[in-house]
Design a protein around this ligand. Structure first.
Ligand SMILES: Cc1ncc(COP(=O)(O)O)c(C=O)c1O
Length: 386
């Protein structure tokens, strides 16, 4: 393995400044924060049970343990293990500690990172399939574009970022799952301006996912949550509150997804996927990317779909404004993205799409992308050296 770039911000270990009543032998990284300032007023209990120190507990209703760094990490680790999550986090890279960890207890980011408390960060993903990263370079190009729009200067050049991502997947030993990564304004303070952040930060995490791709049809509703204005919808920043609320709205209505319309009432996208239609004229029709995220999967589908045109299964491929009327009377409707790949929509609001079943073009496009992930050209498949 080639060595990683020199860490940009190695945290000095500093003693915790606590009250006289507590043994302050523990050390924590400078960027780990204690919440609350009232140590003087707390009843401090060593988590290990030894040497309890009582300080004016009149304002306290429960005992809050004061933890050493190692104790805190151990608790994070235990907490993770108890979560019983279907997702396993196998490795994390952080430019804060300048390396990769496979210990879930260390997979944390500092509170004073501006991405955490101001949303000043951008992110992207890439699928891991059969020990290869799918469309890594396309996703890397997009995160760098998002970073530039968000005025975040990455801590390393493109080649180093790419090398770190590949090495993180290699260290994780994951062969199927996803890689998520973030560029943030960095750590420094809790101000609004990032001027106190001296160095941007880079984080990446590998998530194992062995579940098979599902291709059953889903229901969609129209989102009542406002879509982000084009300046923000076209970049992949961490500000996903509208997207989360939109997904929750779908779930509250027994649907899988809520579809956004743009400011002019045309069909836009879903909260983490693009949409496309097969029209009555047998055209593949997709909203253009000027006011929404330019999906890497959607762009790849536009290319792969050309095979269906050559085979006579599709008449044409078109990107443009799509009205709700056109969408709802389409023969097929589909969601397209790294997470769903290609997923049929069989009902939108009260309107049944086509004959209400998963359509043949949607299925053919799903097969094409699965094939591409397993045996596509080197431009879309980057091997991971394990
Ligand atoms: C808002 C939004 N639109 C579209 C997409 C699909 O993009 P991609 O295919 O690159 O995953 C995503 C993916 O996360 C998204 O968040």
């Amino acid at each position: 393995m080639a060595s990683l770039p020199t860490p940009v911000s190695q945290n000095r270990l500093v003693p915790i400044a606590v009250s006289d009543h507590v043994d302050a032998s523990s050390v924590v990284p400078q960027n780990l924060f204690f919440s609350g300032t009232g140590l003087r007023k707390m009843r401090i209990v060593r988590s290990s049970g030894q040497a309890e120190a009582f300080v004016d507990s009149s304002t306290l209703t429960t005992d809050v343990p004061l933890l050493s760094c190692l104790e805190a990490i151990e608790r994070i680790r235990t907490n993770r293990a108890n979560q019983n999550s279907k997702q396993q986090f196998l490795a994390m890279y952080s430019s804060i500690f300048g390396g990769i960890t496979t210990d879930p207890g260390a997979m944390v980011i500092p509170m004073d990172d501006h991405m955490v408390h101001r949303g000043h960060g951008v992110f992207d993903t890439a699928a891991i399939m059969d020990g290869h990263l799918y469309e890594l370079d396309q996703h890397l190009d997009r995160i760098l574009k998002s970073a530039s729009t968000a005025k975040i200067k990455p801590p390393y050049d493109r080649q180093s970022l790419r090398r770190i991502l590949i090495q993180t997947v290699s260290a994780s030993k994951c062969r199927k799952g996803s890689l998520r990564y973030w560029l943030s304004a960095g750590v420094g303070d809790f101000q609004l301006s990032p001027s106190g952040c001296h160095q941007s930060a880079f984080y990446a995490i590998v998530i194992q996912d062995e579940s098979p791709f599902v291709s059953t049809g889903v229901k969609a509703v129209t989102s009542s949550i406002p879509i982000k204005p084009p300046q923000f919808a076209t970049m992949k920043s961490v500000n996903y509150l509208p997207n989360v609320l939109s997904k929750m709205e779908a779930e509250e209505n027994d649907a899988y997804v809520a579809i956004w319309l743009d400011g002019d009432g045309f069909i836009a996208e879903g909260p983490n996927m693009n949409v496309a239609f097969v029209t009555e004229e047998n055209e593949l029709l997709m909203p253009q990317f000027d006011k929404i995220l330019s999906g890497c999967t959607a762009k790849r589908i536009l290319t792969l779909a050309e095979a269906l045109v050559r085979e006579g299964k599709l008449r044409a491929i078109r990107q443009g404004n799509v009205t709700v009327e056109e969408g709802k009377k389409a023969e097929e409707m589909m969601l397209i993205g790294s997470g769903v790949l290609v997923r049929p929509v069989v009902q939108w609001d009260e309107q049944v799409i086509g004959d209400g079943n998963e359509g043949p073009i949607t299925q053919a496009l799903l097969n094409l992308i699965l094939e591409d992930m397993k045996s596509g050209p080197p431009t879309v498949r980057v091997p991971v050296p394990y």
